[in-house]
Design a protein around this ligand. Structure first.
Ligand code: FA5
Length: 340
């Protein structure tokens, strides 16, 4: 019996030696100390031990159980330490490792131009008003003194949705919507996307405009020129910038003008940008046609107004020296990065 107990202890030791993980350890525990384990079977043999030897053998069995339990505990400590070390190694994070730098984006040049222009006009006392991109024929054309089948419609090629619905070709319909909803004095700017079936180096099927409208008693061409000259000085950062008005035609303004500004690159001397003229064409404008005031519910006997409309992409091209409008829509990151 004593031999059996010795062998049991040494077997338990060997089994624990080869236990590589907690699951092996558990199997050893069950095999030696479990209900049908080896120690239990030794205990079962106690009935055959002579009575005088029973105290001694009993003591040896208890010692054997304590020894096996403490071997198991020791092994458990070793295995936990080993598994923790392995886990830490596997999930190691090097907090000193150099991170990857996230590049900051930048605003699109057109967005920069829109923000700058709106800033200038709001500082001059204008408010900002938006209108729908899908317009009715009435607001886009008829109310602006361009009846159906009028030849003036050819000035602005149009994407029609139905006979009466279209993608607005300019921001001028917002003039009418504003005059219908606000009583003079009116001083608004209307930014937004507009659409025309054009596509080349200086024309895009979708582009952006900003419309300006002032309506009050006694508004004249002098007010228009004064405001636009101040606008040009601020936009092109040139305190000496001048404007030049050339006669033009728009059905919704009378008289109508094209407005040129002294070239921002050569300051009027003549260069590549202004094709040697010293002037750059920036927008269309005029005195609001009395018919448009009437169509919008404003008394043309009492009130007069001026309006202007400019193309954002064109201004961005002038301001940043961009040779082809399509560059503004390609979203080439190398191009866009320059506007940080
Ligand atoms: C108009 O759209 C008038 N509504 C402007 C106006 C408003 C005049 C108020 C008088 C009073 P025009 O068709 O010229 O006008 O367009 C204005 C500007 O939009 C042009 O000077 C040009 O810079 C820009 N533009 C016109 N077509 C395109 C296009 N396809 N792509 C990019 N920009 C364009």
């Amino acid at each position: 019996m004593q031999e059996k107990i010795k062998t049991l202890i040494s077997n338990a030791k060997n089994a624990l030696k080869s236990a590589a993980n907690m699951s092996d350890l558990n199997s050893v525990k069950v095999a030696f100390l479990g209900k049908s384990g080896e120690l239990t079977s030794v205990l079962r043999g106690m009935k055959d031990v002579p009575n005088d030897k029973k105290p001694l053998i009993g003591k040896l069995v208890n010692e054997a159980r304590d020894a096996i339990q403490s071997f198991i505990q020791e092994k458990e400590r070793i295995l936990i330490a080993k598994e923790t070390a392995e886990k830490l190694e596997k999930e190691k994070i090097d907090v000193t490792f150099k991170g990857t730098k996230k590049e900051l984006g930048s605003l699109h040049p057109c967005t920069l131009v829109i923000e700058e222009i709106l800033d200038i006009f709001t500082n001059l006392g204008f408010t900002v008003k938006h209108g729908p991109e899908v317009e009715t024929d009435f607001y886009n054309f008829q109310a602006l003194n361009i009846p159906k089948d009028h030849p003036a419609r050819e000035m602005q090629d149009t994407f029609y949705i139905t006979e009466d619905l279209l993608l607005r070709t300019h921001t001028s319909p917002v003039q009418v919507r504003t005059m219908q909803s606000v009583k003079p004095p009116i001083r608004v700017v209307n930014p937004g996307k507009v659409y025309r079936p054009d596509d080349d180096a200086t024309h895009s099927p979708m582009f952006q405009q900003i419309e300006g409208l002032v309506v009050d008693e006694g508004i004249t061409m002098c007010d228009l020129k004064g405001i636009l000259e101040e606008f040009a000085k601020r936009l092109f950062n040139d305190p000496n910038a001048k404007t030049r008005l050339r006669p033009s035609f728009f059905p919704f303004t009378e008289p109508s003008v094209e407005v040129d500004v002294t070239c921002s690159m050569c300051h009027g001397k003549g260069c590549r940008l202004c094709k040697g003229t010293g002037w750059i064409e920036v927008l269309g404008a005029g005195i609001v046609n009395p018919k448009v005031l009437e169509n919008s519910g404003i008394d043309p006997e009492k009130y007069s107004g001026f309006a202007f409309g400019l193309g954002i992409e064109r201004i961005a091209m002038i301001k940043y020296g961009i040779p082809d409008m399509r560059m503004l829509f390609e979203n080439d990151i190398r191009f866009l990065k320059q506007f940080k």
